[in-house]
Design a protein around this ligand. Structure first.
Ligand code: ADP
Ligand code: MG
Length: 260
């Protein structure tokens, strides 16, 4: 087997008396979609926060693309190609849709203040390339014709798409999405699943948090189930759905109903 793109080993994180993560391990290989499911409070978002350098874990290691990730350095993690979205949408609400995507491209560009002063023509070229790239991404995620709108006026589902477009603009190798279909109806969920599959076809791996077992099972190659900060089960969607521990824990109830 090849080396995983992302490899987390034995990650533990506590908040005072709350053991949010206890020895969680997870791998994501290139060209795969991995699901992370579990009830509210299971530790899913905390795990993302550790992966992306926002929180420092007490124990465990995280390697990305064969190297240890810079702990506590979110910008370096993003620059290495691990880019995430947040459970609560974080756009620049008063900026236009197109400008929000352009911000993602600027993360990648070299022209800083000095470049702008010394080489204005090169900067203009770069700006033009960013504008073109942002417009292409806009169409690609299904927001064609919406570029001039103020971001906050988009529907909830479209704001999620815009967040993903902005993340894609940074050219990630792994896109980590925290509940990308929360609050969406069945049709929107289907459309989002199609978008995520198209992203994978571009050679980008995905790690996706969601409560809905059926939706995630239809999308992912592998699933990890977290419960009270621990790995309850890991496997293919079929294995997860017939895993005795998962069945015992969730029999007769949807996962999200158990803990409310
Ligand atoms: P999930 O995303 O699976 O719903 P979280 O990772 O948000 O779960 O939370 C896991 C546990 O850690 C919960 O008990 C939550 O209250 C706690 N927790 C998460 N973040 C913090 C924080 N910044 N400070 C204190 N407790 C936190
Ligand atoms: Mg969460």
């Amino acid at each position: 087997m090849s080396v995983p793109l992302l490899e987390a080993r034995g990650v533990s994180k506590r908040f005072g008396g709350v053991r949010a993560l206890q020895g969680v391990s997870l791998e994501v290989y290139e060209n795969t979609i991995v699901g992370l499911i579990g009830p509210n409070g299971a530790g899913k978002s905390t795990f993302f926060n550790v992966l992306t350098g926002l929180y420092v874990a007490e124990e465990g290691t995280v390697r990305f693309a064969g190297r240890p990730l810079s702990v506590g350095q979110p910008h370096q993690v993003a620059a290495a190609g691990l880019v995430r979205t947040f459970q609560n949408i974080r756009l620049f609400p008063q900026m236009s849709v197109l400008e929000n995507i352009m911000v993602g491209f600027h993360v990648r560009t070299r022209a800083g203040l000095w470049g702008a002063w010394l080489r204005p023509s090169a900067v203009r070229q770069e700006e033009h390339a960013i504008l073109t790239g942002a417009q292409e991404l806009l169409d690609w995620v299904g927001l064609a014709g919406q570029g001039g709108r103020v971001a906050s006026t988009l529907s909830y589902g479209d704001q999620r798409r815009l967040e993903i477009a902005r993340a894609l603009a940074t050219r990630p190798r792994l896109l980590a999405l925290d509940e990308p279909v929360a609050g969406m109806n069945g049709v929107e969920r289907q459309r989002m699943a199609q978008l995520l599959q198209r992203i994978r076809e571009q050679g980008i791996a995905l790690l996706v948090i969601e409560h809905d077992v059926r939706w995630i099972a239809g999308l992912c190659d592998r699933i990890t189930v977290l419960d009270y900060g621990q790995c309850l089960a890991q496997g293919t969607p079929a294995e997860i759905q017939r895993d005795p521990r998962v069945i015992e824990a969730y029999l007769g109830t949807a996962i999200e109903e158990r803990h409310g």
